[in-house]
Design a protein around this ligand. Sequence first.
Ligand code: SF4
Length: 453
Amino acid sequence: MIAMKEAGLPDVFIKEREDFIHTKGKQKKQLKCENDSVAGCVSQRACVYCGARVVLNPVTDAVHLVHGPIGCASYTWDIRGSLSSGAELYRFSFSTDLKEEDVIFGGEKKLARAIDELVLKYNPKLIFVYATCIVGVIGDDLEAVCKAAARKHGIKVIPVQSSGFIGNKSAGYRAACDALLRLIGPTSRNETKESKCVNYLGDFNLAGEVWIIGNYLKQMGIKLNVAFTGDSSCETLKTAARASLNIVQCAGSMIYLAEKMDEIYDIPYLNVSFLGLEDTAESLRKIARFFGDLKIIHKTEELIKKEVNAYSGTVQSYREKLKGKKAAIYVGGGFKAISLVKQFSEIGIDVVMIGTQTGRQEEYEIINELVDEGTVILDDANPTELEKFMVEKGAHLLVGGVKERPLAYKLGIAFIDHNHDRKHPLSGFAGAVNFAREVYSTVCSPVWKYIGT
Ligand code: SF4
């Protein structure tokens, strides 16, 4: 591995970042998180608008109209690789393409014209209008424009208040959840509940993962009503209030919605994780226990037995091949980071560095319990910090998103995309094998012997 000096990396950080970085076993203070990024750092964190867009983009039959300069729309075009079983409208990225003149004179008229044009061309039932940084600066009244357009066209036109400067990526998640609550509507409060019927929150159907979990639920005798937001549509989302339980996978983006739905529609929720053999089995059991129906409990045990028998041998064989390897993790939310530590432990890999963009205090506490002494834990990191710790800790692999890929490759470290660009599912029992196989094929690839170490 490249020595620190040879790599030309600094030994010190920006002073204000100190509290956001811990080494397990060395600090007594709580890790600082859920804060705005430190000014002057090139944070890896995505912006408010991006946070909202990643949550809402998988709504397949919606028009996603970005009110802002063209760059905001292109940055998030077809983000995530979510799959659809029906409409494909979500794969376009529409923009009002705000220019200097609009910044001076306002962009409301341009926005209204863009909505008219989109309605004429695509006849959508639902339009999400996203506010970007510049909208926060010039003060366009999105609410008024969307209200007038909804009345004019008789469709749902929902503003997403995700302009910059209102916080960090988490504020974008909340803005998206508020938009979803508006879609479900207050009148759904009177909807009759269906027993043994769940909504699945925080899965964006990457590589068809919602379908895998939906299939498990079906085998258990439970109906999947709608997923938020993977492979969802305007009509299916509007039926959300009829479910008797919400299960929440990506808590970072969806816990706010789950809490609100509990408060407004009286739907309780459970946190689940379908990453790794152990977490998947435990989450299915948790759901079965919630319904307390002996038939469901029995079917769930049958399903777990069948799946674990089918896949655990393969996972074990990769575990033997991966002995002694070390991983670094930098992902969006705390839920995924926690699941990844457990998944790495299933395949015998030590985690030496772990961080998130939007992890919550309680999630960092769990991470701290799970990792070994000496593991670096960091919130809202910048590229310099990630590089420094990957090198210092001798990581063989980085798991991250699209922005972290070049960092790893430049250092000659293997990389796994756990976010936007992947084509195979990592959820469920089959996903655990895909994960182990991918870790093996990238970490043990012969290419690394041609990189100077
Ligand atoms: S909303 Fe702001 S930070 Fe986000 S892509 Fe647009 S200009 Fe950049």
